[in-house]
Ligand binder design. Structure first.
Ligand SMILES: C[S@@+](CC[C@H](N)C(=O)[O-])C[C@H]1O[C@@H](n2cnc3c(N)ncnc32)[C@H](O)[C@@H]1O
Length: 164
């Protein structure tokens, strides 16, 4: 896990234009119609937080291991009207009981987690029966997870696409 203040400081400024021009519909699709207890995996600086505000009844736990990113996420959560708690943690060893969440979302986080398979096992463990794992990522990781998940590819229509 990194603790790189430079990356944490540059992340939002670098992402500002793609966020406005490309990513908005994908992030909206990622959270569409979610409710209940939601885990935001690798939350970074809190890029998903504004999108949770549009949902009626979600309670969000946002896990982020990098202290610099997490500090910004905490500030975003404090300013947000959504119910969001930011937690230090590792996707490979989540600090939650089995069956805690109705949904897990991961935006551009899977590609940075060293052990994908372990993280996916953890996602499965913390989801309730019938829970959903939703993620946004680049194609290599999307292909890896395509067999068992629902994915929102970055290219094409920004709506849920079941991949089996
Ligand atoms: C590219 S950023 C994406 C941040 C945010 N989700 C977004 O959409 O902008 C990837 C994030 O995953 C986090 N990350 C890296 N390894 C992780 C791990 N083992 N468990 C959880 N998060 C991790 C990084 O610290 C970083 O904040």
């Amino acid at each position: 896990m990194s603790d790189n203040p430079l990356v944490a400081g540059l992340y939002d400024p670098v992402m500002a234009i793609p966020e406005r021009t490309v990513l908005r519909p994908h992030r909206e699709a990622l959270v569409a119609d979610l409710d209940g207890d939601v885990l935001d995996l690798g939350a970074g600086t809190g890029a998903m937080f504004p999108y949770f505000e549009s949902l009626d009844s979600v309670c969000v736990e946002a896990v982020e291991p990098d202290p610099g990113m997490r500090r910004q996420a905490v500030e975003q959560a404090e300013e947000s009207s959504a119910d969001i708690t930011v937690v230090a943690g590792d996707a490979q060893d989540l600090p939650y009981d089995d069956g805690t969440f109705d949904a897990v979302v991961a935006s551009f986080a899977l590609c940075t987690i060293p052990d994908h398979e372990r993280a996916l096992d953890e996602v499965t463990r913390v989801l309730r029966d019938g829970g959903e794992f939703r993620f946004l990522n680049t194609s290599a990781v999307t292909e890896w997870a395509a067999e068992s998940t629902t994915c929102w590819p970055l290219h094409g229509t920004p709506s849920p696409a079941a991949v089996t």
